[in-house]
Design a protein around this ligand. Structure first.
Ligand code: PBG
Ligand code: ZN
Length: 325
């Protein structure tokens, strides 16, 4: 006696009935890279075909296309005109992200605009906060102070949700306290709660112009070898008041995604990062894989592992495929 699993696989209609996990356009957040300066600017990034740096006016136009595809959620990254040691552009009401939020929300009040909250794109040294030169790292507590300021700048510009990505200890407490004190009690925080020091961020640093000018991020981002610490990091952000947790990168960390899913009731996001996108894209262009099928299988894997939200550069292509049905 053995079980005939194939009995329920033969009829395609029955296969449909028994499908457990389905991707939807509502699962996705699409990243946009906005460059300060001249209008009408749109430049494709060689390491990430299909991904562009664009000026604010181009980003506003891009949202029309996203909405046609049914995509209403974006996460913004900024490339300022001027960088300095503390990332002043990110702390100013007229910095590139503040202006982008205002312009996009004015033209598209129906879009959900999320802002990445960090300093690496705004500092001349490319690290995620204020430097502690003596120890060749980022000064945690000095950075907490300006993270609160940055959050208020984004919130006052009209952002719908804030996503701190700098891996500073105590960042959720600091940001929540700053927002609440300013009366901004209804701005949710999606924390990059478990973020690893990963080589998969390589292409992102080209498009965001945020590679560190010395050293690396291993003194603040997590060691990929540590499973228990990965869970603790997310649970700590839950305690501090995060509304949504995140695991980043995705593909090499599906076990962590599932572990955290099993340890919290909070919604969970995954960041399908630049290097993961680039691998599929370049393999597809080389004719080595069926790009569309591999993409959908990958996105499904994130959802099956426990992600409620998938931040992905594939969002437009996936949305178009889902529209076709
Ligand atoms: C900024 C930030 C990074 C990413 C998202 N926010 C880069 C980094 O930490 O170096 C990576 C996203 C990607 O690779 O797609 N802290
Ligand atoms: Zn950063």
């Amino acid at each position: 006696m053995f079980k005939r699993f194939r009995r329920t696989r033969i009829n395609p209609k029955l296969r449909d009935l028994l499908t457990q996990i389905r991707l939807s356009v509502d699962d996705f957040i699409y990243p946009l890279f906005i460059k300060a300066g001249e209008e009408g600017y749109k430049k494709e990034i060689a390491s990430m075909p299909g991904v562009y740096q664009m000026s604010i006016d181009e980003a506003v136009k891009e949202c029309d296309e996203l909405k046609r595809l049914g995509l209403y959620a974006i996460i913004l990254f900024g490339i300022p005109e001027v960088k300095d040691s503390v990332g002043s552009d990110a702390l100013c009401d007229h910095g590139v992200i503040a202006e982008s939020i205002r312009a996009i929300k004015a033209a598209h009040p129906d879009m959900l605009v999320v802002s990445d909250l960090c300093f690496c794109e705004y500092t001349d040294h490319g690290h995620c906060g204020i430097l502690d030169l003596e120890h060749e790292t980022v000064d945690n507590d000095a950075t907490l102070k300006i993270l609160g300021q940055q959050a208020i700048v984004h919130a006052k510009a009209g952002v719908d949700m804030i996503a701190p990505s700098g891996m500073m200890d105590g960042m959720i407490t600091a940001i929540r306290t700053a927002l609440d004190k300013a009366g901004l009690i209804n701005i949710p925080i999606m924390s990059y709660s478990t973020k690893f020091a990963s080589a998969y961020y390589g292409p992102f640093r080209d498009v965001a112009e945020s590679a560190p000018s010395f050293g690396d991020r291993r003194s603040y981002q997590m060691n990929p070898a540590n499973r228990d610490e990965a869970i603790l990091e997310s649970l700590e952000d839950e305690k501090e008041g995060a509304d949504i947790l995140m695991v980043k990168p995705g593909l090499a960390y599906l076990d962590i995604l599932r572990d955290i899913r099993n340890n919290t009731r909070l919604p969970l996001a995954v960041y399908n990062v630049s290097g993961e996108y680039a691998m599929l894209k370049h393999a597809g262009e080389a004719g080595l894989i069926d790009y569309e099928r591999v993409m959908m299988e990958t996105l499904l894997g994130f959802k099956r592992a426990g992600a409620d939200i998938i931040i992905t550069y594939h969002a437009k292509e996936a949305a178009a495929l889902l529209q076709k049905g």
